[in-house]
Design a protein around this ligand. Structure first.
Ligand SMILES: *[C@@H]1O[C@H](CO)[C@@H](O)[C@H](O)[C@H]1NC(C)=O
Ligand SMILES: *[C@@H]1O[C@H](CO)[C@@H](O)[C@H](O)[C@H]1NC(C)=O
Ligand SMILES: *[C@@H]1O[C@H](CO)[C@@H](O)[C@H](O)[C@H]1NC(C)=O
Ligand SMILES: *[C@@H]1O[C@H](CO)[C@@H](O)[C@H](O)[C@H]1NC(C)=O
Length: 321
């Protein structure tokens, strides 16, 4: 007898077929019950909260120095409570962009949610560093923390973003974002906004139809050491951009430190009741100054000319070094 007959040994033909069908049905049920394990889905936030967490933090200074020496590109993400599927999609996308891959990318997540373990985030997202920060100063405070602590050892380019990025959904990465990083980004980029044109606006020294931010005009003067000129300025929202170390270091460290002092100030600081800012709730975890800093990056990195939106619409969305 051949071995292929062994399943049906000693059985009549019909009972044999029924048994095989039975086995197949059981296999199908098992596959159905276990289907979750085959997808690459990550847990949603509510599942994270029940996960054990610890206070383990890693010094970013020490760790960034120990990253691969040939590191041309850092990605700095500010994490609060974004869906991990979304963050993971963003990271996967960045790692696969040809122009960035060549530069040996490292990904650093600053975790501002004390309920989520940084160790767990690192395990789920498989990034190079996760560093816990107190939840003050919104995303702008996080970027300043990174710049100040690594001022002398910044990568040639750093991509700063909130963990939930404009242009990224769980299903897809929008074509303008793919295009910008795949085709418009080169190592000559000094500053490149990473938001679609709907998140850019032209201001007149802190003012547009919706906003009147006197402090923005003052910051212009502080940063450029000239008065804010009458030719309008482009402002981008959401704090999503790529910037070169050259441009970051064109501003002295003390400017970043002063901005950081304001954005991380405790609740007794005058910045939270500033009469020269529009009336608004302001707390250390959500300071109004965060909105001002959000509008300052193009000025800080000398890429605020009023034609920036046009350039972005023409697919040359950057200022070059
Ligand atoms: C984390 O640190 C805070 C403050 O240092 C402490 O109160 C808390 O108990 C710590 N949590 C754990 C899980 O170790
Ligand atoms: C990336 O790493 C490789 C291997 O370590 C190195 O040869 C190359 O020069 C690096 N590229 C950049 C842009 O740093
Ligand atoms: C952390 O958990 C506590 C208790 O469930 C909750 O009150 C707090 O809002 C949570 N914090 C964040 C940042 O989600
Ligand atoms: C800012 O950029 C312009 C070109 O757009 C350049 O002429 C100017 O020198 C730059 N300013 C500084 C301070 O680097």
């Amino acid at each position: 007898m051949g071995s292929e007959a062994s399943v049906c040994n000693n059985l009549h033909g019909r009972r044999c077929i029924l048994r095989i069908i039975g086995i197949l049905i059981i296999i199908c049920i098992l596959i159905y019950l276990e289907r979750g394990r085959f997808g690459r889905k990550l847990p949603y936030l509510r599942d994270l909260y029940s996960y054990t967490w610890s206070n383990k933090t890693i010094s970013p200074i020490r760790n960034i120095a120990s990253l691969k020496r040939n590191n041309g590109f850092h990605v700095v993400l500010n994490y609060y409570e974004e869906d991990l599927n979304l963050v993971s999609q963003f990271i996967r996308f960045i790692r696969n962009v040809q122009s960035i891959r060549r530069l040996n990318v490292s990904i650093i997540i600053y975790n501002k949610n004390s309920n989520i373990s940084s160790v767990y985030l690192q395990k789920m997202l498989k990034v190079d560093i996760v560093h816990q920060l107190p939840n003050v100063g919104r995303e702008g405070g996080t970027y300043l923390y990174h710049i100040i602590n690594n001022y002398d050892t910044l990568a040639d380019h750093t991509l700063f973003s909130q963990a939930g990025a404009d242009g990224v959904s769980v299903k897809e990465v929008e074509s303008w974002l793919v295009n910008r990083l795949e085709r418009q980004f080169t190592t000559a980029v000094g500053y490149m906004p990473l938001v679609s044109a709907r998140w850019m606006e032209v201001y007149d020294c802190g003012r547009n139809i919706y906003n009147n931010m006197v402090r923005l005009a003052e910051l212009w003067a502080m940063v450029t050491q000239t008065l804010c000129p009458p030719d309008k300025q482009t402002v981008t929202y959401r704090g999503q951009f790529v910037v070169s170390s050259k441009r970051i270091r064109r501003q002295p460290l003390r400017i970043y430190m002063y901005l950081n002092e304001l954005i991380t100030a405790d609740s007794t600081h005058w910045i939270h009741t500033d009469k020269r800012s529009p009336p608004s709730q302001s707390t250390p975890s959500n300071p109004f100054f965060g909105h001002i800093l959000e509008r300052l990056w193009t000025v800080l990195f000398n890429c605020s000319k009023s034609d920036l939106i046009n350039k972005c619409n023409r697919d040359v969305c950057a200022c070059f070094d």
